[in-house]
Design a protein around this ligand. Structure first.
Ligand code: 13P
Length: 286
């Protein structure tokens, strides 16, 4: 019985200076890989579903399985809707069992981002669900994850706007742009850790970093030391799993689909376990 809210999963992360890994799933292979890795490490995790998983005829079946699997987990799991483009997706996700939702209004004008975030907070808090929002904008989205992205410094989050957004909305946790991108990096990433620290010092809520793939251990540790509490991660897990499958296909001729999924899942699990370790995630003390 371990499906909890994201506020619960992150409640000790500021004081104890660690981040909890947040990994995207869109099927059973990723779901099992992510939850198995967290169980193996004995620490909380955030399992993220995409908007496509809460819409359409398959939504109830898939989300039913995910919710049941989270409930049966031996570690605390927050089930989170990642990058919701609309208020309606957030409501649907709550209806289907998510304990946390992100409304992503980072490309909208400030006032519109605030207005929809507040509307989402009203319904989510009435249901005991955590809300994440984004101010500033992390470059790169689903369509171009593998083509390579460059961080846009003009869209980095400023301390003033982070403070103002928090005061205007009362959001539970906030995603900020400090130099990461979604998907593969074009060139070398440069993270503005000073900016992250200033935002950390100005806000009492957990800070979220999107675009966790493609960095080195020093970058992750730096982000955690300067205030990151949730690190979103997907592309590298998916690419490592694909590479393991490619290797298997090159080595063995006689293969069934089950051989391929087992190898892909194992590789994804190893990536998740390794990053949980780097993020310094700790078990909840109470
Ligand atoms: P990456 O795919 O770059 O790890 O980013 C994932 C993410 O931020 C999901 O919200």
């Amino acid at each position: 019985m371990s499906l909890v809210t994201m506020s619960e999963v992150l409640k000790e992360s500021i004081e104890k200076k660690y981040a909890v890994g947040a990994f995207d799933t869109m099927d059973r292979v990723f779901t099992e890989a992510i939850l198995d890795a967290a169980e193996q490490k004995g620490v909380p995790v955030i399992l993220m579903v995409m908007p496509m998983s809460v819409e359409g005829p398959e939504a109830e079946r898939f989300m039913g399985y995910v919710v049941k699997r989270c409930r049966e987990s031996s570690v605390p799991v927050a089930l989170h809707l990642d990058h919701s483009p609309t208020y309606e997706h957030c409501v649907k996700a709550i209806h289907l069992g998510c304990t946390s939702v992100m409304f992503d209004g980072s490309s909208l004008p400030y006032e519109e981002n605030v207005a929809i975030t507040k509307k989402v907070i009203d319904v989510a808090h009435a249901c005991g669900v955590t809300v994440e929002a984004e101010i500033g904008h992390v470059a790169g989205h689903e369509g171009n994850m593998l083509d390579g992205n460059v961080a846009d410094e003009s869209a980095f989050t400023t301390v003033e706007e982070a403070k103002r957004f928090y005061e205007d909305t009362g959001v539970d946790c906030l995603a900020v742009a400090i130099g990461t991108v979604h998907g593969v990096y074009k060139g070398t990433p440069h993270l503005d850790l000073e900016r992250l620290q200033e935002i950390r010092d100005a806000l009492p809520i957990p800070i979220v970093i999107h675009g966790g793939s493609g960095l080195v251990e020093k970058d992750y540790k730096g982000m955690v030391a300067h205030g990151a509490n949730k690190i979103n991660f997907f592309t590298a897990m998916s690419l490592e799993a694909a590479a393991a499958v490619r290797k298997l296909l090159a080595e063995k001729e006689k293969l069934g689909l089950q051989d391929i999924t087992i190898v892909g899942q194992k590789a994804a699990e190893e990536v998740v376990a390794k990053h949980i370790e780097i993020f310094g995630t700790q078990p909840l003390s109470c």
